[in-house]
Design a protein around this ligand. Structure first.
Ligand SMILES: Cc1cc2nc3c(=O)[nH]c(=O)nc-3n(C[C@H](O)[C@H](O)[C@H](O)COP(=O)(O)OP(=O)(O)OC[C@H]3O[C@@H](n4cnc5c(N)ncnc54)[C@H](O)[C@@H]3O)c2cc1C
Length: 546
């Protein structure tokens, strides 16, 4: 059994030739030994340092075994220019909870509502524990869903239960599939989520890249592979089946009322349910509130989705001469504080991607962004959003949700149901000149050049416009008049939080609110981590009950 070591701060200058070979060379020169000494060298972390552009370098942490153990042990405590020459490798895995056979295959198998990242990773942990959960998904399976979404983008009818928000894989399926997260799932759970995405078909680079992404084209296959494996482990999927409301007696869950595709309703007995319904299930929020689940209003952000030529962003981020270095499409993260005191920032940036019509309700229009794995489209896009809370939309429980509905209705009317887009120059002066040469909109969904003013409250529009010159100082040309804006970005996170206690249970025993919709996650990875955590709490609840 080999002993593994870790080395940090190794650097390579792009363009890369043979990455692993080059890393072995670099490690060998640092340890002053022959490259052949290194066994099974793997990349642990990789990031691109562009602080001194155009002089760019990749920075790595690697793991390996060494033929000459004595030499390695001697170097263990030696300090090099950038800290310890060598460290011992510490395993970073997460042990899933075991469940004794007595309660495997329970009478009432847990119900998971929603097959987004939270629902899927929750199902994985429960399935591993032998609890064979049942997944209710109001939308269709990923193939049928893709057909419906593409038909809608080409001008077809919006399907209220199968669209960019709803259906197998959840909201993230038609996305860039960025897997970054701020959530403290570091350590076991975070690594486990990435490991599973890679196991189900995502590019292995996600395991070590500091900006891991999957791409919508690959994500659809990942979701399907995960379904096949979960079904093999006893999980059952019920597509086009909408959870309507819980049946509650004496403060405890006793059943679930659901509606099938043919609109017939049915009631299932159930005493454990994980709610992974996402930020757009507005009807479900109302039903849960009527059923007595405690919830509170939550802040979120709204704005427009901006588009620039990707080459402009690449040049700004990498400096001149980047074209010959084999670099990925560049991204950015921007923030500004405006005179009103509100924060304006870039959100869900999609390099080499498309603006998409991410609506889920008739007469309301919401946009978001998506990229394919290669991030090869001509434009970079991101949401430029401003944080909103009760001070903007009122302090009633559903005021945030209704505010989203209102701005989406205005966006729908702005271009007769098509995505309204406008140049920054026109919006700034509320005059419509029309599209300029040079930047062709990259959009999935029908669009039309139309004024955006009036979709957002004036104060928020002013905040966003005020931030552009600030961003223009951080990225040259970002505030160019030809910059394109599309409306409206309204579903940045949930407008509500369903309250849960330290055991993950809601105000109704047996119901576990989870993921983005419940207000405990923001993004694919954090939702998946929350799904796994909720599953562990469900297992704890079932074990203690047994
Ligand atoms: C276009 C787009 C691009 C995005 N890009 C990224 C990105 O690149 N990186 C990132 O980290 N995040 C991205 N996000 C956000 C990310 O998708 C979400 O944060 C994440 O999917 C939340 O996961 P979830 O499982 O909590 O909820 P969701 O993924 O929203 O899943 C909820 C599921 O529940 C189902 N459902 C809802 N109500 C019911 C009901 N009553 N009965 C049965 N089923 C129901 C829905 O159909 C849906 O499938 C993007 C979102 C969108 C829309």
């Amino acid at each position: 059994m080999n002993t593994y070591y870790r080395m940090d701060q190794l650097t390579l200058v792009p363009p890369l030739q043979n990455e692993i070979q080059q890393l072995r060379q670099a490690a060998a020169s640092r340890l002053k030994c022959a490259p052949e000494q290194f066994l099974d060298l793997r990349i642990l972390k990789k990031s691109l340092d562009a602080r001194k552009k155009p002089e760019l370098k990749y920075v790595y942490s690697v793991t390996f075994a060494l033929r000459d153990i004595k030499k390695a042990e001697a170097l263990l405590h030696k300090k090099g220019k950038s800290g310890a020459m060598l460290k011992r490798c510490e395993p970073d895995d997460h042990t899933l909870p075991e469940v004794n056979a007595a309660i495997r295959h329970p009478q009432q198998r847990p119900i998971i509502v929603g097959s987004g990242p939270a629902g899927l990773f929750c199902a994985y942990v429960l399935a591993k524990a032998g609890l064979c959960p049942r997944i209710l998904e109001r939308g269709k399976d990923v193939d049928a869903r893709t057909a419906d979404v593409e038909a809608f983008w080409k001008g077809g009818k919006l399907k209220p239960d199968t669209n960019v928000q709803f259906g197998e894989g959840g909201a993230g399926t038609f996305s860039d599939g960025k897997l970054n997260t701020q959530v403290s799932g570091k350590g076991g759970l975070h690594a486990e989520v990435l490991r599973l995405f890679a196991e189900y078909g995502a590019d292995a680079q996600i395991l070590y890249s500091n900006k891991p992404h999957i791409g919508t084209d690959v994500l659809k296959q990942v979701v399907k592979n995960m379904r096949l494996d979960l079904e093999r482990m006893g999980v059952e999927y019920f597509f086009e089946t909408t959870f309507l409301k819980p049946q509650i007696r004496n403060g405890k869950l006793r059943g679930a009322v659901l509606r099938h595709a043919d609109k017939t309703a049915e009631e299932w007995e159930a005493d454990t349910m994980v709610l992974c319904t996402g930020h757009s299930a507005r009807d479900t929020f109302l039903h849960l509130y009527e059923a007595g689940l405690a919830m509170e209003q939550k802040a979120f952000a709204v704005g427009y989705r901006v588009q620039h030529l990707q080459t402009r962003i690449d040049l700004a981020q990498y400096g001149s001469g980047y074209e010959t270095k084999g670099l990925p499409a560049a991204d950015y993260k921007l923030t500004a504080r405006t005179a009103s005191g509100r924060g304006v920032y870039s959100f869900c940036m999609c390099p080499g991607g498309y603006v998409v019509n991410a609506s889920s309700e008739a007469g309301r229009l919401a946009v978001n962004g998506m990229s394919y794995h290669d991030r090869g489209a001509a434009n970079a896009n991101a949401a430029i959003v401003v944080t909103v809370d009760g001070s903007v939309f009122g302090h009633g429980l559903f005021d945030g949700m209704h505010f989203q509905e209102q701005i989406e209705e205005r966006a729908f009317l702005a271009a007769q149901g098509k995505i309204p887009i406008e140049r920054l120059a026109d919006l700034s002066v509320h005059k419509t000149e029309g599209l300029a040469e040079g930047i062709a909109p990259q959009i999935r969904g029908e669009w039309q050049y139309a004024p955006l003013d009036g979709i957002l409250p004036q104060a928020l529009e002013t905040d966003i416009l005020e931030a552009f010159p600030v961003f223009g100082r951080q990225i040259q040309g970002f505030d160019d008049g030809d910059t394109l804006l599309a409306g409206v970005e309204s579903r940045t996170s949930s407008p509500l939080r369903i309250l849960r206690d330290e055991n993950g249970q809601s105000s109704v025993e047996g119901i576990f609110p989870c993921g983005e919709g419940a207000g405990y996650a923001g993004g694919i990875t954090s939702a998946a981590i929350d799904g796994m955590r909720s599953a562990e709490q469900v297992i704890g609840y079932i074990c203690n009950r047994a």
